[in-house]
Ligand binder design. Structure first.
Ligand code: BG6
Ligand code: MG
Length: 222
């Protein structure tokens, strides 16, 4: 049996992707750059500054701003994003997640969070789920963001398990690459084609149950 599950937050525990999109689109428009829903897919899992750099590159503005000016733009996006997420409540927990966290706890399986978001502790508090996670990786302390494996390796270290004993759950392409490189068993949530490198993909969190995880873990190729 697996000893730990490491969750991504945005798009797995709750659907904040729409809020990130609204906030980036607003910032993009203020610069004359149109962030489309398709382009937003590429921003999933990617940290705040890397996302800003991608948006600036989209508008061929990658060299227009100083580091300090970019900090101001990223802060502006975050200030707006935070006003949007302030409304989050336990009703925004994605289907099946509370039951799964309950079952993992009952089975004494460790649970960690590996999110690129510096807002993650606040979001977990708003969802009423802070107590369900025994560890949260601090993204500010990392050298590399997803798709680098660092965040998932760090989560396993903090949980005191080997990556090979753990499952990682992600909705983003970059996140699946990170889990695979860290050598956890990768579970994707979303589109099978986009997440084709995942060891197993669930269409949505409602299907992500403890019994199904046990089954796919038992059937995994060793
Ligand atoms: C990830 C999201 O979880 O966190 C990204 O998928 C987001 O879209 C990143 O940019 C960083 O979040 P934050 O809250 O620190 O700006
Ligand atoms: Mg995500």
């Amino acid at each position: 049996m697996f000893k730990a599950v490491v969750f991504d937050l945005d798009g797995v525990i709750t659907d904040t992707a729409a809020f990130h999109f609204i906030a980036w689109r607003k910032l993009g428009r203020s610069l004359g750059i149109e962030v489309t829903e398709t382009f937003n897919e590429e921003l999933k899992g990617i940290d705040r500054m890397a996302s800003l750099n991608k948006i600036l590159a989209l508008g061929s503005m990658e060299n227009r701003f100083s580091k300090e000016e970019k900090e101001v733009l990223a802060q502006e996006k975050n200030d707006f994003y935070v006003t949007l997420i302030n409304e989050i409540s336990p009703a925004d927990i994605l289907p099946g997640i509370e039951q799964l966290l309950h079952d993992l706890d009952a089975q004494h399986i460790k649970v960690g969070l590996a999110s690129a978001s510096k807002n993650a502790p606040k979001i977990l508090r708003l969802l009423g789920l802070a107590h369900s996670f025994s560890t949260i990786v601090d993204p500010a302390a990392l050298q590399q963001g997803k798709p680098d494996p660092e965040i998932f390796i760090k989560a396993c270290e903090q949980l005191q398990v080997q990556p090979e004993e753990a499952i990682g759950v992600e909705d983003a392409y970059s996140g699946i690459q990170a889990i695979n490189a860290a050598k956890l068993y990768s579970v994707g949530i979303g589109d099978k084609h986009m997440l084709k490198d995942a060891d197993y993909v669930f269409g949505d969190t409602a299907h992500l149950t403890f019994s199904k995880l046990k089954e796919i873990w038992g059937n995994r190729a060793l």
